[in-house]
Design a protein around this ligand. Structure first.
Ligand code: ZN
Length: 247
């Protein structure tokens, strides 16, 4: 009996550990709005790296609004880009992509897509709050949304981040796969957009196919009657997402 109980307890502990390490990729759509034209939200991550001026100039020229998720380290490297974004508050909403672009998976040896995770919960708090402080200092606005590096999270990290005062921003349409896709593949993905999609792409990879792909794909969507909104101009609703274990 004692041996059976010991095995049972170990089983429960193993389950609890597996559950604690389950990672999730939240999915959000724009809530439907009766009588409105089909709507899309463009979200662009600025993780680290460069500033894609070709993409920025296109959005400016076409007056396409976007929600920009920027890190503190990107802000530090790109004061000229920060000034250009600040000059267009009607077009660009700035939100929090963390301090150092570390994914919100907690524990030694954890990683997502090759990016090392967090040592502990204190590091996650510093990542979230450090990103927010950099945005307040650079843009003069307090972010309300958080998207962690890779947009993958430990399940337990979601309520933790919300407890710090932020809503976690998911997406439904991955347009550029981390700025790795050529122009035509991005345009093709965007052709599949439907009313309410939240699009993710990147603002930090000049020279990639992202600027040309978005220019082609977003223009075509506009011609089909889609309008673009920032996250603060729409309600978001969660859609079902899978929990799947990763390292
Ligand atoms: Zn990123």
């Amino acid at each position: 009996m004692i041996r059976y109980c010991a095995v049972a307890v170990l089983g429960v502990l193993a389950c609890a550990l597996a559950l604690a390490q389950a990672v999730v990729e939240p999915r959000h759509r724009l809530a439907p709005q009766a009588g409105a034209p089909p709507r899309l939200a463009l979200t662009l991550d600025a993780c680290g790296g460069g500033f894609d001026e070709a993409l920025f100039d296109f959005l400016l020229r076409e007056r396409i609004p976007a929600t920009l998720f920027v890190t503190a380290r990107w802000i530090r490297r790109h004061p000229a880009a920060v000034a250009r974004i600040r000059a267009e508050p009607e077009l660009f909403q700035v939100e929090n992509h963390g301090a150092q672009h570390v994914p919100a998976v907690i524990g030694a040896g954890r990683s997502v897509y090759g990016l090392a995770g967090m040592a502990d919960w204190a590091q996650l708090r510093a990542e979230v709050q450090g990103g927010a402080q950099a945005i307040i200092a650079a843009f003069g606005v307090a972010p309300r949304w958080y998207r962690g590096a890779t947009a993958v999270y430990d399940r337990a990290a979601l309520p933790f981040i919300e407890g710090l005062g932020y809503r976690v921003a998911g997406y439904t349409l991955n347009a550029d796969a981390g700025a790795t896709l050529p122009r035509e593949a991005i345009a093709q993905r965007l052709r599949q957009a439907s009313d309410g999609d939240v699009i993710i792409a990147h603002l930090n990879k000049p020279g990639s196919g992202t600027a040309a792909g978005l220019a082609a794909g977003l223009s075509a969507l506009r011609q089909r009657g889609f309008v673009f909104v920032r996250l603060d101009q729409a309600d978001l609703q969660p859609t079902p997402f899978d929990a799947h274990p990763r390292r």
